[in-house]
Design a protein around this ligand. Structure first.
Ligand code: LLP
Length: 432
């Protein structure tokens, strides 16, 4: 499978990057920079690729909101039939606003609070993916107090180390905070059978992010299905298995995860189990569909280095700095006359670790040129910050000829919202 070069979003036509019916230059001029531009058609295409690859088992595709929670994109995915994988009340609230049905939402995370549990129970979510014995006990208490049963799955830590580009994105091995050790899982399902506030509904595993090979998924699934069978034998009525997310995309030369190869390995096991399949893709759906467009402020030679200083940096896209993540960077308008040079593309933030690329071959841009940072649709805006007093970037969704300002650039007023101001009562939060 794979989206193929021809259907790649942001194609270059006559030397200029485009999105849908628009030139990226035109969009950047209209909405300012730095700006995230998302191609709605590309998002739909990716969702459908996954849905079609797994069609035989008709999975619940619970889009992982942490990758990109923009309401316009959530709404679009809801129209495609997606559910959601959430990790906080904030993400739940986004999903509700976007109209995603609560019974298509799963809730993961190692530190859920009583407030979050109560709100998710109130909303009627499909399942809590529970990550510890302590959490299961608390969930039981909260549900009992509300006079309801909490549907849950235990997230198993299968102790499988999947290859990912950075250790921070490996979650399936025994040294991470995630999931419950496999040898404690059956005891907890057994305990839950006796609890009035709990109803076991499924079993869950998530082994990491940006994984390119189906192998670790097959191994992890084998392990959890074995546990599921034993839990069922002991009386738990499980209805689903959640395989988590993490299906990798292509940032550089690597080949992305093939949805059809993944399905080939996973579907037979799921069918044999009789369980409903839940998938939690984030990056796979929105990664490639997004571009961060940033404008060159200065080009500066210093020591042995050439720095291309842009108006976007680690506050917009943290991945290069935080995970040594690689993102392709291209001039939005080709510069065939410029010499190719090895440069660092850096932002304006006062940190030596503020860079979008290091030692990168680039046609030397001039002040005012636009650069397109590819595959920035996932973990771009959602990880962005106000550090250095920066207003977060605008987000624009292009759907063929339709353009939506999906989030306006933050204002200076946004930066101080909720903060004490001279003249305010010292104990009262500043009025909105
Ligand atoms: N399900 C669970 C339980 C997760 O923890 C995650 C991601 C996903 C699904 C979705 O993973 P995806 O399909 O998007 O890879 N900020 C990092 C990635 C952190 C992933 C956290 N969990 C990055 O930029 O690479």
């Amino acid at each position: 499978m794979g989206s193929g070069v021809l259907s790649r979003p942001f194609p270059r036509v006559d030397g200029e990057l485009r999105c849908g019916e628009y030139s990226v230059v035109e969009l950047a001029d209209r909405f300012g920079t730095p700006v995230f531009i998302y191609d709605a058609q590309a998002v739909r295409r990716r969702y459908r690729e996954l849905r079609d690859a797994f069609a035989e088992v008709d999975p619940l595709i619970a889009y992982s909101v942490k990758a990109n929670g923009n309401l316009k994109l959530l709404h679009l995915l809801r129209e495609e039939g997606a559910g959601a994988d959430i990790v906080s009340l904030g993400e739940l609230s986004r999903c509700v606003r976007a109209g995603i049905a609560a019974d298509r939402i799963v809730f993961a995370g190692v530190g859920k609070t009583t407030v979050e549990m109560a709100a998710a129970l109130e909303a009627g979510i499909y399942a809590f993916n529970v990550e510890s014995a302590g959490e299961l006990h608390l969930l039981n208490d909260v549900a009992q107090e509300m006079g309801v049963e909490a549907p849950f799955a235990l997230r198993v830590n299968p102790d499988i180390e999947a290859r990912t580009p950075h250790e921070y994105t490996r979650t399936g091995h025994a040294r991470t905070k995630f999931g419950i050790p496999a040898d404690e899982v059956l005891e907890l399902y057994r305990w839950a059978l006796e609890q009035p506030g709990l109803r076991a509904r499924g079993i869950d595993v998530h082994i990491g992010s940006q994984i390119l090979d189906p192998g670790p998924y097959e191994r992890a699934l084998g392990r959890v299905l074995d546990l599921a069978r034993r839990a069922q034998d002991a009386g738990s009525e499980l209805e689903f298995v959640d395989l988590g997310g993490g299906y990798g995309v292509s940032y550089d030369e690597e080949e992305e995860m093939s949805a059809s190869r993944l399905a080939e390995q996973i579907v037979p096991l799921v069918r044999a189990s009789g369980l409903r399949l839940v998938l939690e893709p984030g990056r796979y759906i929105v990664g490639e569909a997004g571009m961060l467009v940033t404008r060159v402020q200065f080009v500066k030679a210093s020591g042995e280095k050439t720095f291309v200083i842009t108006d976007g940096g680690m506050t917009e896209l943290l991945r290069p700095s935080h995970y040594q993540g690689y993102h392709r960077i291209e001039p939005v308008r080709s510069r065939p006359e410029s010499p190719m040079l090895q440069v660092d593309v850096v932002g304006p933030i006062c940190e030596a670790g503020d860079f979008l690329a290091r030692d990168r071959e680039l046609a030397l841009p001039l002040r005012g040129d636009l650069l397109g940072v590819r595959t920035a649709g996932a973990y771009g805006f959602t990880m962005s910050s106000n550090y250095n007093g920066r207003t977060r970037a605008a987000e624009v969704v292009v759907d063929a000829e339709a353009v939506t300002l999906a989030r306006r650039r933050e204002s200076l007023e946004d930066l101080v919202r909720g903060e004490w101001r001279p003249g305010d009562d010292p104990l009262e939060r500043a009025a909105e």
